[in-house]
Design a protein around this ligand. Structure first.
Ligand code: 5CA
Length: 162
């Protein structure tokens, strides 16, 4: 058994439990702050990392969650089209204020208030994926279908083709 989770990681575990998902938040001694670091610590591919990116809707000022495969760049125009208004990148303060977590540990669930969520279609191609769990050392494993159920997110093709 691992020791007690840090506060932010505990909140994520509580959110998973509340959703009835049998997922366990795991803390690693090494950093999981970036997708590449998380993949290295876990021993999975970068594509299996579900990165939780926060955008800011330019008209409504809503926070928008985009959960993307670690290897993909997000096509902001595709997300904006689905949302119905333009979006821009959020800064660190906005991310913390709207999600309750600092960049590097922002989870896909357990936010201060529910966020409109879009899920990268490419994540559905994996058996198992890993997402951040509140801190730059904490992650949890889940199946893509569970990510969809957990977040109520809309699955979209959001990979930017460059
Ligand atoms: N724990 C890892 C793996 S799950 C993680 O959270 N990765 S992440 O990719 O979802 O989160 C880092 C993301 O935060 C980066 O991809 C980037 O989009 C965003 N980010 C990093 N620094 C900043 C910054 N200064 N301002 C706004 N966004 C940032």
């Amino acid at each position: 058994m691992s020791g007690a989770l840090k506060g932010s990681a505990q909140r994520v575990q509580a959110a998973l439990d509340a959703h009835g998902l049998a997922a366990e938040v795991r803390e690693f001694p090494a950093s999981t702050r970036t997708s590449a670091e998380a993949a290295a610590a876990i021993g999975c591919t970068v594509g299996q990392i579900a990165k939780s990116l926060v955008f800011r809707a330019r008209e409504s000022d809503r926070a928008v969650m985009v959960i993307a495969s670690g290897t993909n760049r997000v096509d902001e125009k595709a997300v904006a089209a689905r949302l119905g208004e333009p979006i821009g990148r959020a800064d660190a303060d906005f991310v913390r204020e709207r999600t309750g977590y600092a960049i590097g540990g922002v989870p896909p669930v357990g936010h201060s208030s529910p966020l409109p969520t879009f899920i990268d279609h490419d994540l559905l191609g994996y058996d198992e994926i890993w997402a951040a769990a509140g801190t730059p050392n904490a992650v949890f494993r889940l199946r893509p279908a569970d990510l969809v159920a957990l977040t109520g997110g809309e699955v979209v093709d959001i990979r930017q083709v460059s």
